[in-house]
Design a protein around this ligand. Structure first.
Ligand SMILES: [Zn+2]
Length: 141
């Protein structure tokens, strides 16, 4: 899977297979932020340190600036509406997109710190086999 497709699908940055969020849908909003502790594909810890996703608000801020500029050119310049109408349209657009912006800002923030490793899944599965508990067998006497 390409990196851009993995970001759009909100997949793990290291293996592009595991889901970043527990629910595929952003709804219900109550479980919007829930992420598995580790990637099911490669074992990457999705919260490397406490408060890690505080930095995602800067990504969210940048996305919001882009949304504002886009809305400004399309609605205010393109459709030539009043300032109050433009602000209302921007506010409604922002309100409707906020669950997705929240998730994509977390996704993009995680992608800033991890790169794709094609062998990550294979290495993870090997490590699971290495630490597999030894099965207890009874010896017949
Ligand atoms: Zn992974």
């Amino acid at each position: 899977m390409k990196k851009s497709a993995a970001i759009l699908a909100m997949k793990c940055p290291r293996c592009h297979e595991g889901d970043l969020f527990t629910n595929h849908s952003a709804f219900p909003l109550r479980s919007l932020h829930k992420m598995p502790e580790h990637c099911k594909g490669c074992g990457l810890k999705f919260t490397p340190e406490p408060g890690f996703y505080t930095g995602a608000m800067y990504v969210s801020y940048a996305i919001n600036i882009g949304l504002f500029i886009t809305t400004f050119f399309v609605v205010y310049i393109g459709l030539k509406v009043e300032v109050i109408s433009f602000l209302m349209i921007y506010g409604i657009t922002l309100l409707l997109l906020s669950p997705f912006l929240f998730r994509y800002s977390r996704t993009l923030f995680l992608y800033l710190f991890y790169s794709y490793e094609p062998l990550a899944k294979q290495d993870y599965l090997k490590s699971l086999q290495l630490y597999k508990p030894i099965s207890t067998t009874t010896v017949a006497v």
